[in-house]
Design a protein around this ligand. Structure first.
Ligand code: ZN
Ligand code: MN
Length: 128
């Protein structure tokens, strides 16, 4: 059983309220007024811990800082190649991909992770 931590509770709560897939640094900046003794390292460790125990999701972004998501329902992410914004993409019934991959795999496919890359609506507007 994990010892209760007021800081960890605040970190988790921040993620539940802010659906922007923040980095550890964004969470740290938002909470440091409330917790003057908190460090970026503490925030990152708590976020990773929460991800390890399945209370949040950790997103591994190519060439970028890890992002964190309090939304545990199955969904995908689109990453803007211009500004780095991470948006949700709700897609249902994608389990067939595991079966498809399983045809070419001697072992057992249990899950898959897909990131979509493109340009967000803001950046697309600015191009015109
Ligand atoms: Zn963008
Ligand atoms: Mn998400």
């Amino acid at each position: 059983m994990l010892k209760y931590s007021k800081q960890r509770e605040a970190i988790k709560n921040y993620l539940l309220v802010h659906r922007t897939h923040p980095t550890a640094e964004t969470v740290y900046t938002a909470l440091k007024d409330e917790f003057p003794n908190i460090s970026l390292g503490t925030v990152y460790r708590n976020l990773s811990l929460l991800a390890d125990i399945g209370e949040i999701q950790k997103l591994h972004i190519d060439n970028g800082a890890d992002r964190f998501d309090g939304n545990l329902s199955p969904h995908y992410h689109a990453i803007c190649k211009t500004c780095g914004k991470v948006d949700d993409i709700p897609l249902e019934n994608t389990d067939f991909i595991n079966q498809l991959a399983g045809i070419h795999y001697d072992g057992t496919v249990q899950e898959h992770r897909i990131y979509f890359y493109g340009q967000c609506s803001e950046c697309s507007k600015n191009n015109f």
